[in-house]
Design a protein around this ligand. Structure first.
Ligand code: PA5
Length: 468
């Protein structure tokens, strides 16, 4: 077997947590990488940014940072999950965006490749497109289903619409709401909180200082995970271990600092606003989608902290190896030089299967493990890109278990917070989605949004006709 240089060979590794190899994002590893001086020059901004993040966390305004210490919610979740009767075979999770992607990524990453027919199944219709929801409702047994409705604000139209449809479905089957519907929402505010309190529904809190896309380590991810029988305590322990590493004040010792600085500097200094997340692990497809929402909604902003118009932000792109070697890698290799790729590798694969030895045209494959083949492909792709001056970094997990997934979630959350500081924007709001929401309410005829309905009409009337 050919062993690679640092950063490429995954092999067995000591379990000190996720390793980040970024030689191929630096000038000495890839011709168009950053110079050490460029990285070092960002250290003061990183230190200021980290200090601010830590102060916000300390002051109770940035809740995601302290979630790994939250044992009260963990205990509540575990106690509840334990009491859910075995007759509940399906869990239907209603939610969208940050109320869906993290939990879904968690269940997908730690669940089995092929569902055990006796295990509880977790469903994430996510979108309000009726295609999947209707399919689920036609096939699930309401009396054997627990519905989790998740909305931090309680006002999200897609989730509210699904909730009404699902309540009708439960009611029609005589399935009592108290036994079949659980709300996960803000502790004090919002329509879902009102409904849960008014109807005496079982409910869990999303701390008011934790935004949707940073909420996977609250009951938003923990409850579906616990109901699927996953090690959610291990997830929090992994997040805590990573949180401690991400509090280090020296840039090059801080994993989130390095990830954030590489991305922001490749964008700012080398014109690379496209940030690809490419795990070589099928189980991390959902993780790549979760990252896309986290990075995009947090970092794409019109104004900076001084309210100056900057219209900045990276464009995250999900990819999966080796699948995308046959889809997007052609573009990554020969298209615009506008990308920084983050590979994710597993030192210990989730499964092994030796390719049988056979005479004939495929004899060269015999005796290689399928997992080894996947890893060879990752190394080959990273090297091929680097040889042409196309940079990447690699996050290597000792193995994909709850602990290391917790690390991986926290790493990117912390990197997002620090990248927000380096871009000089507020990573925790999302004003850009408000106008679209208002216009949709106008179209729905919602009371109080009459002006939005007029605005839609005006905007549509003003459009020239270009049609074929
Ligand atoms: O990250 C965010 O804040 C958003 O993506 C929200 O999670 C998403 O809009 C859903 O919001 P809510 O949880 O309020 O229903």
């Amino acid at each position: 077997m050919l062993l690679g240089g640092p950063g490429l060979y995954t092999g067995p590794m000591s379990d000190d947590g996720i390793r980040i190899d970024y030689a191929l994002a630096m000038e000495d590893g890839s011709s168009s990488g950053l110079t050490t001086a460029e990285l070092e020059a960002e250290a003061p901004a990183f230190e200021r940014g980290l200090r601010r993040v830590l102060a916000e966390a300390e002051g109770g305004r940035l809740g995601f940072w302290t979630l790994p210490d939250d044992h009260i919610d963990l205990e509540k979740v575990l106690a509840f999950a334990k009491k859910v009767p075995a007759t509940i075979r399906d869990v239907l999770v209603l939610g969208i965006g940050g109320s869906s992607l993290g939990g879904r990524a968690l269940v997908e990453a730690l669940g089995p490749a092929f569902p055990d027919p006796d295990a509880r199944r977790i469903h994430y219709p996510d979108n309000s497109d009726p295609w999947r929801l209707v399919g689920l409702l036609e096939n699930l047994d309401p009396k054997g289903t627990l519905v989790l409705v998740i909305s931090k604000s309680g006002g999200t139209v897609e989730t509210a619409a699904q909730l009404l449809v699902v309540r009708e479905w439960l009611n029609a089957a005589g399935a009592p709401m108290k036994d079949h519907l659980v709300a996960i929402t803000d502790p004090a505010k919002g329509l879902l909180r009102e409904l849960a309190d008014a109807e005496g529904l079982r409910s869990f809190d999303i701390p008011s200082n934790v935004g949707g896309r940073f909420s996977v380590l609250t009951p938003v991810g923990l409850l579906p995970g616990a109901l699927a029988g996953l090690d959610v305590a291990g997830l929090l322990a992994g997040a805590k271990a990573m949180r401690d590493r991400c509090a280090r004040t020296e840039l090059q010792a801080n994993p989130a600092g390095v990830v954030a600085a590489l991305h922001v500097l490749h964008h700012r200094l080398h014109g690379r606003p496209i940030h690809v997340m490419m795990p070589y692990a099928d189980a991390l497809r959902g993780y790549a989608n979760w990252f896309v929402q986290l990075w995009a909604e947090s970092l794409g902003k019109r104004v900076d902290r001084q309210d100056r118009v900057v219209e900045t932000g990276p464009t995250p792109l999900p990819a999966v190896g080796a699948t995308d070697q046959h889809a997007q890698v052609q573009l990554f290799m020969e298209g615009p030089r506008d990308k920084l790729i983050t590979f994710v590798a597993l030192a210990e694969p989730l499964a092994h299967r030796t390719i049988p030895k056979e005479e004939g045209p495929y004899a060269y494959l015999g005796g290689t493990d399928l997992a080894e083949l996947l890893d060879f492909e990752r190394r080959a792709t990273a090297l091929a890109l680097a040889r042409d001056g196309r940079p990447s970094l690699t996050l290597t997990l000792p193995r994909l278990d709850a602990h290391h997934l917790g690390e991986l979630f926290f790493l990117m959350e912390a990197a997002t917070a620090i990248a927000g500081e380096l871009y000089g924007i507020d990573a925790f709001d999302q004003p850009g989605v408000e106008l679209g929401k208002r216009l949709a309410y106008g179209l729905l005829g919602r009371e109080g949004y009459e002006d939005a309905a007029d605005e839609v009409q005006e905007l549509e009337r003003g459009l020239p006709s270009h049609r074929v």
